[in-house]
Design a binder for this molecule. Structure first.
Ligand SMILES: Cc1ncc(COP(=O)(O)OP(=O)(O)O)c(N)n1
Ligand SMILES: Cc1nc(C(=O)O)sc1CCOP(=O)(O)O
Ligand SMILES: [Mg+2]
Length: 255
């Protein structure tokens, strides 16, 4: 009995050491600095579709927001997805607010993505879910939501997290925050070159997020972002959200 316990604990500590070693090797992905010119050494894939907008909801909305969302989407044929991101609100209330927004998106072929909650995405029969590193496993989301669900994963500034998300079956990887943002506190600040590195090596789409405006988006599009995820620069645009969307649509590489 004692011997069995000792053997079990020896093998557990061996497993832990092995796991630690593997993590150290994994962390090398990010510890080795990325050559900012990495992507320049390869031919660009000219067949890649133009960059699209991925709208993130304002932090708080009311029943009138459906009309605002419709006007923003209709402003230019550049919006591919909308994410409902409401924090600190009861899930039943989020579900109530979601229904008309989901209808707006469905009638315009814009993907309706739920933030944070696999359960809510399932309950709403949403087109997908966005998962942060603490929001659940993409495999669990796939199991719950099925093969056609769009599953996105936050990867901050980490090449390692992005490859891990790809292996776990994510449909897109999100890097950010590229710029300072008032929408939420952020602690990671990737360089645009991570988008070039990603798009050179992988076909899985990338999303750039964090403080993106029509004035600072160009390097992200040029580096190879497939989507720009934007909240403040659209909903708080001085001339209104429709004008905000049009300003993004006018940028080179958007379409
Ligand atoms: C497209 C997209 N990218 C990143 C995030 C951030 O997700 P997360 O890290 O879980 O933070 P919260 O949004 O939950 O505050 C996102 N929501 N969407
Ligand atoms: C929701 C979110 N996630 C981020 C990340 O870095 O993971 S930055 C961010 C805020 C996006 O809103 P805005 O366009 O107003 O900056
Ligand atoms: Mg989250």
């Amino acid at each position: 009995m004692m011997a069995a316990t000792a053997a079990r604990s020896a093998s557990t500590s061996h497993d832990h050491a092995l796991e630690r070693g593997m993590n150290d090797i994994d962390d090398l992905d990010d510890a080795l600095s990325l050559d900012p010119g990495f992507a320049d050494r390869f031919e660009r894939d000219e067949g890649r579709p133009p960059c699209k907008l991925y709208l993130i909801s304002p932090p708080a909305i009311d029943a009138g927001f459906a009309e605002t969302l419709a006007a923003a989407i209709d402003a230019a044929p550049v919006v591919a997805a909308f994410q409902l991101r409401l924090k600190g609100i009861d899930e039943h209330r989020i579900a109530e607010l979601a229904r008309p927004l989901q209808a707006v998106c469905a009638s315009r072929e814009v993907a309706f993505i739920v933030n944070d909650s696999i359960g809510l995405a399932k309950r709403l029969d949403a087109d997908g879910v966005h998962l942060g590193q603490e929001d659940g496993d993409p495999r669990e989301a796939r199991q719950a939501l099925g093969p056609t669900a769009q599953i996105g994963v936050t990867c901050h500034d980490s090449r390692h997290l992005a490859m891990e998300a790809g292996e776990a079956g994510a449909d897109y990887v999100a890097f950010g925050a590229f710029y300072e943002t008032g929408t939420k506190p952020t602690k990671h600040r990737p360089e645009p070159s991570i988008l070039g590195w990603w798009s050179t090596l992988f076909e899985l789409p990338s999303v750039a997020i964090g403080g993106i405006t029509p004035a600072n988006a160009a390097p992200l599009i040029a580096a190879g972002a497939d989507f720009l995820a934007v909240s403040g620069a659209v909903w708080n645009a001085p001339e209104g959200p429709a004008a905000g969307v049009r300003a993004f649509a006018a940028l080179k590489g958007m379409g």
